[in-house]
Design a protein around this ligand. Structure first.
Ligand code: NI
Length: 271
């Protein structure tokens, strides 16, 4: 791997941007890194996906893929790529993402923890990432104050599956009821039906531009109908969560845990 390009790309956050984020739960920030860094990131990205790095540890998986069935990959993902390439934490993308997150969340940088997640939407792949709140995936015994930074290495357009948000949805008191994609708890993907897509704001971005969304903001990404892959690199930044006396019910997480347990005992019986 060639060395990481070191040129810095300083960013600033305006009061208007902070207020827009607090009001709407998302923000189209714009450019967050350099062209050289994007090229370097693309090499790492392609290596992680070509070699399926982290597959054994469950850090590489396919939505609706290896856990549920074998076959063509439809939405491969890499969790925690910084474990394989620690330098990813030194990038403009990571450092600027953390800095902007701290301003938007109103929490000092040193209190924020973060990590990455790569989602590859292959060319001409006709499936969407349905409406959900990220927090629906998270620990129900805590109240979360966090956000995701979403940057694409390729043009993210309506045709290739850019993000769409429901403005103000992050201000809901509750996590909305979610269910599993295809009603299959082994597909690691959640969807909520309590959404009015007519309210959606699509946010197309060029390579190297980023959007930010709060962990409770409703969001969606359409299918990739283009002839090119859409490579997204997401960073999640969290303030320390507040422990709840009584966990908020998230039955879909229990269903998934149960289904995984059954799958493991089946595999044991077969062995
Ligand atoms: Ni999400």
């Amino acid at each position: 791997m060639r060395p990481r390009p070191e040129r810095r790309f300083p960013v600033e956050v305006t009061q208007e941007q902070v207020e827009f984020f607090q009001e709407n739960g998302y923000l189209v920030f714009g450019r967050i890194t350099t062209d050289e860094e994007l090229e370097w990131l693309a090499e790492i990205y392609d290596e992680l996906f070509t070699k399926r790095v982290g597959e054994k540890e469950g850090m590489y998986f396919d939505l609706g893929g290896p856990r549920a069935h074998k076959g063509v990959e439809v939405l491969p993902q890499v969790l925690g790529p910084e474990r394989t390439f620690p330098e990813l934490r030194e990038t403009n993308y990571f450092k600027n993402g953390l800095y902007i997150a701290s301003k938007l969340l109103g929490v000092p940088q040193e209190k924020i923890s973060g990590g990455g997640h790569m989602i590859l939407k292959p060319a001409r792949y006709g499936r969407e990432t349905p409406w959900h709140q990220d927090e629906a995936y998270w620990n129900p015994a805590a109240l979360h104050h966090g956000l995701s930074v979403w940057m694409s290495l390729d043009p993210a357009t309506l045709e290739s599956g850019c993000l769409q948000f429901i403005p103000g949805s992050h201000r809901s008191e509750e996590i909305l009821p979610h269910r599993h994609i295809d009603n299959d708890p082994l597909v690691h993907g959640l969807v909520t039906d309590q959404v009015d897509p007519a309210q959606a704001v699509p946010c197309p971005v060029a390579p190297g531009e980023a959007t930010f969304h709060h962990c409770r903001a409703l969001h969606y990404a359409g299918p990739n109908r283009t002839d090119h892959p859409r490579r997204a690199y997401i960073l999640v930044f969290n303030a320390p969560p507040k422990r709840l006396e009584r966990p908020m019910p998230r039955p879909w997480l229990d269903e998934e845990a149960e289904a995984l347990k059954r799958l493991k005992s089946l595999a044991r019986d077969e062995a």
